[in-house]
Structures are given as structure tokens and as C-alpha cells.
Design a protein around this ligand. Sequence first.
Ligand SMILES: C[S@@+](CC[C@H](N)C(=O)[O-])C[C@H]1O[C@@H](n2cnc3c(N)ncnc32)[C@H](O)[C@@H]1O
Length: 234
Amino acid sequence: MMLTKARKKRLWELARSPAQVWARYQLWRRSCLAFLPQRPPAAIPPDFDDLWFLYRLIRTRRPKTVLEFGSGCSTAVIANALQHNSSGHLYSLEVDPVWAQWTRRCLAPSLMPWVDLQVSRLTRTTYRNIAVFRHLDIPAISPDIVYLDSPPLTADCRVAVDPVDLELRLKPGSTLIVDGRRANVAFLQNHLRHRYHIWKRWAPWGSTIFDLKEVSISEAISPPWTNAVLQGVS
Ligand SMILES: C[S@@+](CC[C@H](N)C(=O)[O-])C[C@H]1O[C@@H](n2cnc3c(N)ncnc32)[C@H](O)[C@@H]1O
């Protein structure tokens, strides 16, 4: 039997269905699914297994700052995890004002203090001759966790360059999670400069996790302030 891409994907979803049921139960037990009735019928259905992974990551790593590209179910679950940690803050960037509004409706009032949800402008440009998207309104923060799940991709642009732009702000111990987006993962493997431990959940379609191990020597010894310091010394 010929396994088309659609069939492979369906099989993959079937294989994951016990994990989806388990993850949904775990999130429900922790009161993280109150947002579900507020989602509009047209919304992409939640991937409970990915949401449970995000929840556990936030609970175990206890980040001070989380940056999310693409708001939705993940915004509510990350905010819940931060609330359960009693620390940290989520900056969620959304390129579509209508979906931003839907996400706001999903956030219970008790979650609001944990989240800044902003609409960001998006531009299409090139990076080393590759077509890329770039968010134009990234807040001035140094995130401990970055979750890349946006923007919606097009046939001729399948990459967001933002993690490369953000790299100078990341410290060892920071984590970047890319949801699916295989072309974006390949791009980041080629263009990120620091040293990462890269691992995958549910290969080949699942999330890819980049754990920052070491800041690249050239970045470490020549950040933008180096010249000023050296001039001061001489
Ligand atoms: C893959 S969605 C995921 C958002 C979020 N991280 C989550 O886990 O729910 C990424 C983006 O797709 C856009 N979008 C377009 N159509 C959508 C739909 N039917 N449901 C949800 N998001 C949609 C929104 O701008 C959203 O930020």
C-alpha cells in the first residue's frame, strides 16, 4: 500500500491518540482547560500532548520570562503553569488582531496578570537569500523560553527568522521550542550561532527543542559593547 503524506500523518495522529487522552486528563486535573469552551468553532483544535509538554517544561524549569510567537491554547496553558509556579511572565505575540481577541477571551481574569498579549506587525524579507518572516514588535526582554508557533506559513515562505535575531539575548540554559515547522528547524540549525543540544519529540513532525549549552566564542567576546570597553581601556 502506498503511504501518502496524508496517510502517514493520519497514522502518526492515531499512534499519538493515547498520549493525547493522557495529556488532556493531566491538564484537566490541574484546571488548565477552562479556556476550551471559549475557543471559536473555527479554531485549530488543541494538541493536548504538546500543551502538556509545555506545561511540564514551564513547571520544571521555572522560567522568569517566556516569549511565545502565536497565541491560542498555548497562551492559556503557559499562563496556568506560571501561575502554578507563582513566578514568571509570558509575552505572547500575535500577528492577527482577530485571533488576539479570541485568545484574550480565553484567558480567565486570574491569568491576566501573568500575560502580556500584543499584536505584532509582520514583515516578509530575505535572510542570506532565503525568504523569511520577521516580527517587528518584539518586546525588549531576555527570554528563558521561546516558543515558536507562528506566523502561519505560506507556500513560498516557510521560515521565521526571529530566533536568529533574538540569539544575542539568550543565556545558557535558555530553551527554544519550535512546533513542527521542519523548514524553520533546518534553517535554524544552519543559522543559529551558539551551541545547542537539539532534540525532538515525536519525530518527524513533532516539536524540536534547542537547549542552549554555550554561547559562541565570537559572540561572547565581541558583543556590541566590547569596542566601547576597549576604547575606554586604551
Ligand atoms: C498554529 S496557531 C497556534 C497558536 C497557539 N500557539 C496555540 O498553541 O494554540 C498559529 C497562528 O495561526 C493563526 N491562525 C490562523 N487560523 C487559525 C485558526 N483557525 N485557529 C487558530 N489559529 C489560527 C493565528 O494567528 C495563530 O497565532
